[in-house]
Design a protein around this ligand. Structure first.
Ligand SMILES: NC(=O)C1=CN([C@@H]2O[C@H](COP(=O)(O)OP(=O)(O)OC[C@H]3O[C@@H](n4cnc5c(N)ncnc54)[C@H](OP(=O)(O)O)[C@@H]3O)[C@@H](O)[C@H]2O)C=CC1
Ligand SMILES: Cc1cn([C@H]2C[C@H](O)[C@@H](COP(=O)(O)OP(=O)(O)O[C@H]3O[C@@H](C)C(=O)[C@@H](O)[C@H]3O)O2)c(=O)[nH]c1=O
Ligand SMILES: [Mg+2]
Length: 300
């Protein structure tokens, strides 16, 4: 099966390329700028068609959460209109789309983990643009699966795990918010989930599960406790470490508001696809190991 993923250098795209290289059953083709530019809608249909997908994975997005507050038009152009065009291109080719979305579509004001039926209420421009993207994808292609993930990290690109290790190279004390809780999710685990969906769809025939799904690392934590776990693993491998002081969101002002409770309930995914992510600590340890092993040999 030929899977076309949008975004060449994104975390999920790169993890999917790596997972595809380990599997004989799938071929991953990544399409990105300049051929496919979500901010230039006219490029999207031709770029997707030229890549000849059996399945489209829509992973490219405007992901700079704070910057989006200053660039709402650009965020919506990419995350809403661009996403809708990708879904439309898949529809015209008669193929399904798996579209990535986020926990930031929720307000985070509730006390329970969010399941797929719970009302959304984004607090940031990024979250609102991703929610509009979900609606655009669903409207453009009935053959869709929207996969909400959260707190994504990997050896690639920009993410919280890499930021913590980088800051600890030059500092011994960090302050990290302890009152935002959620589910750290490895891009590698997301790639495996996407391949599980693809495999399931190949055998499920007309009864393919589709629609809205949540998929995140198992267990839950705060950004502060995630940081401490990163340094526990790194310290054991003689990598960089720092003391992490627990602070409140009010003590770490940012442009965009973030949900306090970002936890996602993944039972629907587990039931329909028979697959769940490993405990978040296991996947964090794997990525920290990879980053420390590679740190002297390959700059990214
Ligand atoms: N990162 C996270 O913590 C989370 C991410 N998600 C969602 O998961 C998906 C994948 O995220 P992730 O892999 O982390 O994303 P990254 O931020 O790692 O990568 C985003 C990708 O989108 C590409 N992109 C941005 N603008 C455009 C454009 N105008 N045209 C074409 N490509 C563009 C980037 O290209 P370039 O490299 O050229 O800049 C990059 O390849 C996204 O939909 C995101 O919203 C959901 C929850 C959490
Ligand atoms: C660097 C740093 C961050 N923080 C806080 C800020 C924020 O509340 C939290 C996480 O910071 P980040 O900027 O890495 O996270 P952020 O960019 O908000 O991450 C989000 O990205 C988008 C794309 C998503 O879809 C979300 O699921 C989520 O992963 O940690 C500290 O408290 N101390 C620090 O030193
Ligand atoms: Mg240090």
């Amino acid at each position: 099966m030929r899977i076309v993923v949008t975004g060449k250098d994104g975390q999920v795209a790169r993890a999917l390329i790596a997972a595809g290289a380990r599997s004989d059953a799938v071929e991953i083709v990544a399409v990105g700028r300049p051929e496919l530019d979500l901010a230039r809608p006219e490029t999207i249909g031709p770029a997707i068609a030229a890549a000849r997908p059996d399945l489209v994975v829509s992973a490219a997005a405007y992901t700079a959460v704070d910057q989006a507050e200053d660039e709402p038009d650009q965020a919506f152009l990419i995350n809403e209109k661009g996403a809708g065009e990708v879904a439309q291109a898949a529809r015209e080719l008669g193929v399904p789309i798996i579209h990535l979305s986020t926990d930031y579509v929720f307000s985070g004001d509730g006390a329970e983990p969010y399941d797929e039926a719970m009302p959304t209420g984004p607090k940031s421009v990024y979250g609102a643009s991703k929610l509009a993207g979900e609606e655009a994808v669903a409207a453009a292609n009935p053959n869709h699966l929207i996969l909400r993930v959260a707190w994504v990290y990997s050896p690639y690109g920009k993410n919280f795990v890499k930021t913590m290790l980088r800051l600890a190279e030059s500092r011994d004390q960090l302050s990290v918010v302890d009152d935002q809780i959620g589910n750290p999710t490895s891009a590698e685990d997301i790639a495996e989930a996407i391949l599980a969906i693809a495999r399931h769809w190949q055998t499920a025939g007309a009864a393919r599960p589709n629609g809205l799904y949540h998929f995140v690392g198992s267990g839950e934590t705060s950004w502060c406790r995630l940081a401490r776990e990163i340094f526990r693993v790194s310290g054991a491998l003689s990598g960089p470490t720092a003391e992490v002081a627990a602070i409140t969101t009010a003590e770490f002002p940012t442009k965009a508001a973030r949900p306090k409770n970002s936890r996602l309930d993944c039972r629907r995914f587990a039931t329909d696809f028979g697959h769940a992510a490993p405990p978040w600590q296991e996947s964090v340890a794997r990525v920290v190991n990879t980053l420390l092993r590679d740190r002297d040999s390959s700059p990214s």
